[in-house]
Every structure is written in C-alpha cells, then in structure tokens.
Ligand binder design. Structure first.
Ligand code: SPV
Ligand code: MG
Length: 263
C-alpha cells in the first residue's frame, strides 16, 4: 500500500534526539513508554517500541508488562551490553551480550506477559559489531528457541548483500527448527534498495527509522536562519505547514464540524 505506512516505530535515536539527548540509553524505557502512550492516544496504527537493550531481565519483565497494558504491538530489543551506543556510529565499540544471557532475557519477557498480544522481537547486532554471519545465525537460533516472535537483523553496510545473505540463511534455519517467525530490517544505510526488493528477499517488515526527525531538523534549521536573517517570518512561510493544516491534523477541524452539526 503506497498511500500509508502500516505502523509507527518509536525509535531510541529520534526519541532521544527530539529531547536533545544522545542515543546511549540515557532516557530510560519509561520515557519511551510515555512517548508511545502519547502516540497511541491519538493514532490508530500499531506501535512498535525500540527497547534498546531492554535493561536487565528484571527491568525487562516490568517493561513488557507496562507495554502490554498500553496496547503496544511489539518491542524490539538488541543483543548488546548496556549502555549501548547507536548502531550506525562507526567509531563506537559495540559490545555484544552473550547469546545465552540475551536469550534468557527474551524468555523472561515472554513469560511475564499475560496475553499473546505483544511481540518481542530480538534484534541481532552481530554485523554491527563486526562478527560474522555464523554468529548472527547462531544467535537467531538461540533467540527463536527462547520464544522471540521475530528477528531484526541490523547492518550499517552501504550494501544490502549481508542482510540478504542473512535472510537466506534465516529461511533455512526456520525450516530446520520448524518456526517461521517474521524477519525485520532497518535499511538506513543501504537506502537505495526498495521495500519490495527486501520483501522478495524474505523480509516481512521494513523500518524507515529516523527520516521524519531528520526531515524536520532540516526544515526547522532553515526556518530559524530565515527568520533571523530577514528579521521577520514572511520569507519562511513556504517552508512551514499552514495553521489550518495543523488544525486538520490534530482533529480541530473535525471538532468544529461536529459542533456545527449539532448546534
Ligand atoms: C533507532 O531508530 O533508534 C534504531 C535504529 O535503533 S538505528 O538508529 O539504526 O540503530
Ligand atoms: Mg535505537
């Protein structure tokens, strides 16, 4: 469907950046939950939360219960050691968690849930941390057997070859263990590949993780500069949404129509 997205990704990078913080697990998962709740209050799409490392297994149990209560559809946690660094940073050292320890966190999370309504998706950072494909596939096996509802394979390569070869091996693994769970990717770096191509390679979900925040930063900076330069806002108007567009988006126009109808 080219007219609309299917779900909302509550990204750690963009949630932190929107509040002026680096993406190093400073904000805490309660902040992520509160942002997700604000979104769920006004949007009727499934919400997927970026749960970073998920914290320790005890914290993770509380986190999944709170997310379940809010009506969140899925949580993604990544198999790095707290506090993680953003995966796209070339300079950071990305330290992976032991597969068995991370698998246990997933198991604890799944067991803490009261319903089957919240998916826990395990995000594999092997390729981010410079490990090989065998490491990534081995982890996928551990996590699926621990009850993960899906696998996200992340990559910061400019070329999609590594995620595509993971997808092939993942398909074989799923047949081998008799579990066919969704496969997810985040093509921020290999952004020339189309969603339909990724679907053909076996991906079930594609997350465009940060483009709305990046687009708004560009516009906000441009408009700030224009207002300062011209000492007025006239010139910046064409880069701004109109006030009536805001009224439409937030439902005010709808309220006015209803009030007219019932007056
Ligand atoms: C995010 O959007 O916060 C993500 C994806 O986790 S990435 O920034 O690529 O790590
Ligand atoms: Mg993140």
């Amino acid at each position: 469907d080219k007219s609309n997205f299917d779900a909302i990704w509550v990204s750690s990078l963009t949630e932190s950046a929107a509040k002026g913080h680096p993406d190093i697990e400073l904000m805490g998962l309660d902040s992520r939950l509160s942002t997700a709740q604000q979104i769920l209050d006004v949007i009727d799409k499934p919400v997927i939360i970026d749960g970073d490392t998920g914290g320790d297994p005890n914290a993770f149990e509380y986190f999944v219960r709170k997310a379940e209560n809010l009506g969140i559809s899925a949580i993604v946690i990544e198999d790095k050691v707290y506090p993680k660094r953003n995966s796209l940073d070339e300079e950071s050292e990305h330290i992976l968690e032991e597969p068995r320890i991370f698998a246990n966190k997933i198991r604890r999370g799944k067991n803490a849930l009261l319903t089957n309504d919240l998916m826990i998706i395990a995000r594999i950072e092997s390729l981010i941390a410079g490990k090989d494909m065998d490491d990534a596939i081995n982890r996928a096996k551990f996590y699926l057997e621990a009850g993960a509802d899906g696998i996200l394979i992340h990559s910061k390569s400019r070329n999609p070859d590594e995620v595509i070869s993971f997808a092939k091996r993942y398909k074989e693994l799923c047949s081998e263990i008799g579990m066919h769970k969704p496969l997810v990717c985040v093509p921020t770096m290999y952004n020339h590949v189309r969603d339909s191509e990724l679907r053909n390679e076996g991906f079930n979900m594609v997350i465009h993780a940060n483009h709305l925040l990046r687009a708004s930063i560009n516009s906000m900076q441009k408009v700030c500069r224009m207002i300062l330069e011209h000492e007025r806002s006239l010139e910046s108007e064409e880069h701004c949404a109109s006030i009536s567009e805001i009224f439409d988006i937030v439902g005010f126009s709808d309220i006015k129509n209803k009030e007219k109808m019932w007056r």
